[in-house]
Design a protein around this ligand. Structure first.
Ligand SMILES: NC(=O)c1ccc[n+]([C@@H]2O[C@H](COP(=O)([O-])OP(=O)(O)OC[C@H]3O[C@@H](n4cnc5c(N)ncnc54)[C@H](OP(=O)(O)O)[C@@H]3O)[C@@H](O)[C@H]2O)c1
Length: 330
């Protein structure tokens, strides 16, 4: 394939370009070149999607397939207007944050209701409009496009540091502070599995919406598998989200956070992905993702975001002092 990646200079876009080039496809990565570099074996073309004439460097080239990772409706509309007729198949990388119902488990991509999109005048997604902006982006594509709604993307190269927090924490061992209930679900997708599926789906010209994330497992199973993969000895103390709120622990990401979805976001962590698995998504064992992520964190000094060891120890002490101690594990 002659494949265009709109992006390709960081995390998922880069993994897609790298995987496609490794299969012998002719890959063009088009971006500003600010976030990072395009992978070896691909061609980089400098564009700026925020400028009206920002795509001229792509000339009149034709592509068998294009993959767009943008989150900004203005960028998506402009690239479709300029390139639309010269691309055989489009994939848009969207997100499970497009769904309106965040609490019901087992929802399917082909049936779940979406948020209302941001208005046509909106160029960029901003704080609080990420999901609605992605809905607007999705709507700009035709029914022949693949709409790939990714869940939490993890693995080597993750710039968010969320999954990395748990990998590093479980390696340290000892008493681990974890949010909410051990049987609450979590769902992840290794960036390399997602990239592989997207390239294959582009080749097969798959169309329509799919949730792209691995099958759900419980938080307890997730943490146990992390510890097993790393040969660590841990006990887990599960604490109420209310306690975390009262002690200023941020939800999901950032400094002083426990980066796992809480019960009010469980719909986003328990999606029915049987259609995606039937459409060829292959998910590697979690242990491989955990070990490879740790290797990358250690060698590349990758980011980790969450509680510091001192913050976690203080929170555990406060939790036990409130006499709500519920230990589990060995
Ligand atoms: N991380 C997760 O857990 C998660 C979960 C669900 C969905 N997603 C979705 O998965 C995708 C992740 O994509 P990603 O990892 O490749 O990261 P990303 O941050 O979405 O990458 C944006 C890409 O677009 C390029 N870009 C940004 N502004 C540009 C401009 N004005 N002109 C041209 N290019 C521009 C960037 O390169 P330059 O800066 O070099 O221009 C970069 O390569 C996104 O669609 C995200 O919404 C992520």
């Amino acid at each position: 394939m002659r494949l265009l990646v709109l992006g390709g200079t960081q995390f998922l876009g880069r993994a897609i370009a790298e995987h496609a080039a490794g299969l012998g496809n002719a890959v063009t990565c088009a971006a500003r070149g600010i976030s990072g570099s395009a992978p070896p074996g691909t061609r980089f073309v400098a564009i700026d999607r925020d400028r009206p004439d920002g795509l001229v460097a792509l000339g009149q080239e034709r592509f068998d397939a294009a993959i767009d990772v943008s989150r900004h409706p203005g960028q998506v509309r402009r690239s479709l207007a300029v390139l639309g007729g010269r691309v055989g198949h489009w994939t848009f990388v969207s997100t499970t944050s497009v769904y309106a119902d965040t609490v019901t488990s087992g929802q399917r991509a082909d049936a779940a209701p979406l948020l209302a999109p941001v208005g046509d005048e909106v160029e960029h997604s901003g704080p609080g409009t990420y999901g609605a902006a992605k809905v607007a982006c999705e709507r700009a594509f035709s029914a022949h496009a693949l709409i790939c709604r990714a869940g939490l993307i993890v693995g080597p190269g993750d710039p968010t540091g969320r999954f990395g927090y748990w990998v590093r924490r479980m390696r340290r061992g000892g008493e681990v502070l974890a949010p909410a209930e051990p049987d609450d679900p979590v769902q992840f997708i290794d960036v390399r599995d997602l990239a592989g599926w997207i390239v294959r789906a582009a080749r097969d010209r798959l169309s329509g919406p799919f949730d792209a994330v691995g099958p759900a497992c419980t938080r307890r199973a997730f943490l146990d598998r992390c510890a097993d993969a790393l040969g660590s000895s841990c006990t887990t103390t599960w604490v109420d989200p209310d306690f975390l709120d009262r002690h200023g622990v941020a939800r999901e990401s950032g400094p002083r956070s426990l980066p796992l979805p809480l019960p009010d976001a469980i719909g986003d962590a328990s999606r029915d992905v049987s259609a995606t698995l039937a459409a060829g998504l292959r998910v590697r064992p979690l242990a491989d993702t955990v070990r490879d992520t740790l290797r990358w964190l250690d060698t590349a000094q990758g980011p980790v975001t969450g509680l510091t060891a001192a913050e976690e120890a203080a929170l555990l002490a406060a939790w036990h002092a409130e006499r709500c101690y519920r230990p589990s594990g060995p």
